[in-house]
Design a protein around this ligand. Structure first.
Ligand SMILES: [Zn+2]
Length: 276
């Protein structure tokens, strides 16, 4: 990795101070939510700025990362070497914590869905797949790093595959598709949502969890908020953005949660579904 992680480069700010309105000549990377290319710098960073859409106030990273940028970051030792390099504790020291969080996530899912086939997108070592399996789901997980997946299989004896949603056989349908802390990393969240919808059974539930840009801690800490990290986090969703994105891909919101201040979790079903 040659790029300095977004949050540790305070000494090397971009030359564009907050509030700088960026050139309207640059029509690349239109706002995911409204399509506008009118934007102003919110938080300057060397690698790419965090900007605010001048039309709808959506917050995102600009210029956008190259498509597939995550293959390099997440395909290798993201969860071990890379994460430690940006100051996160080693995942191996957090196994119990992640298992506990995952068990809570499954408990909350069970308000809407008690069993069936579950797909976890961006599964890392398979914590949620393990919790779901223990709770009676027939669960599989997909992610990019074979090394991390292999460790998870070894530890938890669960079904983890090196794949993206688009790689799955089109006939494969799931009753629950979960995707935590992943959508904000991708260059095209809408495509991911569409692919998930194409694999959702008629009365299935999709669960999207991400960092909440409207959290109290962001409002207080602003640029220093730990999730402001444009090297990895390309989109900073509000509740309304997640609702609108779901609607755009044929989903309707069943419920939205804030299990902790920093996060937001939205539960969706097919818009035409008759499930409760
Ligand atoms: Zn916009």
């Amino acid at each position: 990795m040659t790029n300095a992680p977004g949050r540790f480069d305070d000494e090397s700010l971009s030359p564009r101070p907050p509030g700088t309105v960026l050139s309207s000549q640059d029509t690349s990377n239109p706002c995911l939510m409204c399509g506008s290319t009118s934007r102003a710098v919110l938080y300057p960073f060397e690698i790419r700025d965090v900007v605010r859409c001048q039309s709808c106030n959506f917050i995102y990273a600009h210029p956008m990362a190259e498509e597939g940028h995550f293959d390099e970051i997440y395909g290798g030792e993201y969860w071990t070497t890379y994460n430690v390099s940006v100051g996160e504790p080693d995942i191996h020291d957090r196994i119990d914590e992640f298992l506990e969080i995952s068990a809570e996530r499954i408990e909350r899912l069970e308000r809407f869905r008690l069993d069936g086939k579950l797909l976890d997108v961006g599964c890392s070592m398979g914590f949620l797949v393990k919790a779901a399996s223990d709770s009676g789901f027939e669960a599989i997980g997909i992610d990019l790093s074979e090394q991390t997946l292999a460790e998870g299989r070894e530890l938890f004896d669960v079904d983890l595959r090196q794949a993206v949603v688009g790689d799955l056989p089109s006939a494969l349908q799931f009753d629950a598709i979960t995707c935590y802390n992943t959508i904000e990393h991708l260059t095209d969240p809408e495509s991911l949502m569409r692919e998930m919808v194409s694999h959702l059974s008629p009365d299935g539930i999709i669960v999207i969890g991400t960092h909440d840009i409207e959290s109290k801690s962001h409002l207080l800490e602003r640029r220093l908020w730990k999730h402001i990290m444009p090297s990895e986090h390309l989109f900073y969703f509000r509740r309304e953005d997640l609702f609108a994105l779901g609607e755009r891909v044929g989903l309707t919101v069943v419920h939205a949660d804030k299990p902790i201040d920093n996060s937001i979790v939205v539960y969706y079903k097919h818009a035409e579904s008759t499930a409760d």
